[in-house]
Structures are given as structure tokens and as C-alpha cells.
Design a binder for this molecule. Sequence first.
Ligand code: PMP
Ligand code: GLU
Length: 398
Amino acid sequence: MMKVSSRLAAIQGSVTLAIDAKAKAMKAAGIDVIGFGAGEPDFNTPAHICQAAKDALDQGKTRYTPAAGEPALRKAICSKLLRDNGLSYTPDQIVVNNGAKHSLFNAFQALLEPGDEVLVPSPYWVSYPELIKMAGGIPVAVMGDPENGFKTTALQFRNAITPKTRAIVLNSPNNPNGYVYTRGELEQIAQLLEDFDLYCVSDEIYEFLVYEGAEHISIASISPQAKERTIVINGMSKAYAMTGWRIGYTASPTNVAKAMTAFQSHSTSNVNSIAQYAAIAALSGPDLELRSMVAEFAKRRECVCKLIEETPGLSCIKPMGAFYVMMNVSSLFGKGIDGRVIDGSTAFTELLLEHAKVAVVPGIGFGADAFVRLSYAVSMETLQEGFRRIRSFVERLA
Ligand code: PMP
Ligand code: GLU
């Protein structure tokens, strides 16, 4: 058998993508499965964005672009950052990547020396620890308090800092917990960056998905010092229903952008040229569809939280952003079905899929085994049907 390197052997595959692939394969095999697994908007990419891609194809925009991205796209990203986040960047500080996951990959490669510790607010999105390990770093989970919606505080970060700490990951609005940091909280974290000479990787991919008056603020906008220490991560996947197009980007100090561009020039080169033209249309065009998607997510959020609270044995933390909800299933631990006992989130997830044909993500992948994560980026009918099944599954447990 061919042996893989220890570097790759240490990496776990993405559970969110694996569950999504499993649910999609079951659907393709004709099984009526309800997918609350991977977080991907169920809406289609808005028509004007698709049209821009068709136009780019017709106009022969099918060749290499600069590795960091089309200048027109990097300019459009600068305008967006100024308009939406009050951040002033120049195009040479922007690098366009194959999705925000790739942006994060590049960012950790740019910042970390072997053995550097990176504080990861926990429960965390599954890819952060692996992306950090791929760069030789050591992820250090900093658990938020469930009473505080799992939001990791500046004090909790502070207590986890060691001489080896190099960076803090922030993800607000948050996947999987749905919290959104306030300006005051970000000011305290920005102060830590300065006091302890740390960098921040700020994943802002869910920025537009906020509810009940919650406001997204980029930590880079807190002060010029915070901006100098931050790599902003963002992309098209969530806000514009463009998960398959693979467009993400970083905004960072010029020297970091330059290093990441050189790195990318030997790995992936530029992102698909046609997708880049679609991204220009997304960032510069009307935001009507975006607004109506957010309004729809807001309704679904109310609906899913109500359905959870109405189901005996289940509870949740009401999310303020993104489109996930963490559902506490720990009161069902010890119960079982057909001789199998639920001893954690993995068993719950497997039995739910098998007996109720509903896909969710086990919290263990996020560092929170009492929970499973549901994505409510699905239609209202799907939510209702999913919970009809979940309720009857829970009733069958003994
Ligand atoms: N960050 C977070 C928190 C996410 O949930 C996702 C979803 N996949 C990403 C980054 C990456 O998104 P993409 O690669 O599709 O841009
Ligand atoms: N970010 C989404 C999720 O958390 C998509 C899957 C992935 O890239 O991990 O489900």
C-alpha cells in the first residue's frame, strides 16, 4: 500500500462536507432524506450574477488572470470593504481565492511558524483546527460559555494566551453558534492583539446574515492598529448563494498579501476567470435578492427555534446570525432504539439518519458533543417535515 505522509495522515476530512455528500447521495438514490447538514443557501445564484458569467464567457474572458485576481474584481472588493465595513484597502492588499476556505488556508500559511499556537473560539467550525495544523500550527480551543451563547470572551482568550500564541481566530457572525460580537467586545479583543503582539484571522463570511438588529462589525475597523494585525476573510458563497462558484478573498497588510500571492502563484494560480466576473457583478450589482434571502432566513430562524423548543427533550440557543442552530440533545443520552444506545452526538446523528431520514451534523466535530448542528438554509416546508420526523424519532426512543 502506498504510504501517505504523516502531515496528511494527521488531517481529518470535513464532517460537514461528508454529511452533505451522504445526504445528497441518499437523495440521488431516491431516498426521501431531509438535509439539515451542510450550510449552503437553498436559493439559486441571482440571475444578474449568472448573466455576468455568461457575458464573460461570450466575451472570451477565459484566460489566465493575475494570480491575485482580476484587477477589476480586486477594485470591486475594495469598494465593498469601504461601503459595508468602513475599511480602506488598496487592490494590492486583496487576494482572490478558491472560496473562503482557501483564503483561510493561505492566511494560516502566511502567519504561522511550526509550533505556533492559534486560539480558536469553541465550539468551532470544523475546518479551523485542520487548516491550522496544515500550516504547522497548534489549534488551541477556547470554549465559550453556553450561558453566553458559547461566545468566547476577551477574558477567556486572555487566559489561554501563552508565549507561543501567535494568532486568534474570530468568526462573527458565527458558525455553528450563531453569535455576533458587539463593538465593545471587539474593542476588548483588539486590545489583546496589541497587548500580546498577536494577529487576528477574522472570518466574516456570514456578515450579511444578522437578525433582530444585530450588527456585523469587522475587528479590522476597530482601530488602525487592529487593521494592521488582521487578515479579513470573506467570500461570495453565503451572501450571494454562490457556494459552487468558489470565490473567497483576503484583505490584509500589503506585505502579507504579497507573500500570499506568491504562494498562490505556485499552487492554484488564479481563481476561475468566469467566476471572477460573476463576483464583480455580485459585489457591484443590486442587492435586492440578498435582502430578500436575509428576510427569509429570519423567518426560518424563528420557525426552527420554535420547533425545537416545542419538541420534548430538545432545546437550543437562539442564534443572532448565520443560518445554523445548535440543538442540545444531551437529555436523550442513555436512551436508544433497536438495541443501540445514544451515547453522544455521533450516535444521535447516525440513528436519526437511519430511522428518520434526517441529516444533521454531530456537535463532536465542533467540539460540543451535547449538541447537533442544524442548518436552516432550507424551505419552511422542509423545516416542518424535518421536525415532524424528529419529533416521532424522539418519541420512539426508550
Ligand atoms: N468560514 C466559515 C465559518 C464557513 O462556514 C464556511 C463554509 N464553508 C467557510 C468559511 C468557507 O466557505 P467557502 O469556502 O464556500 O467560501
Ligand atoms: N461551511 C459550511 C458548513 O459548515 C459548508 C461545508 C463546509 O465547507 O464545511 O456546513
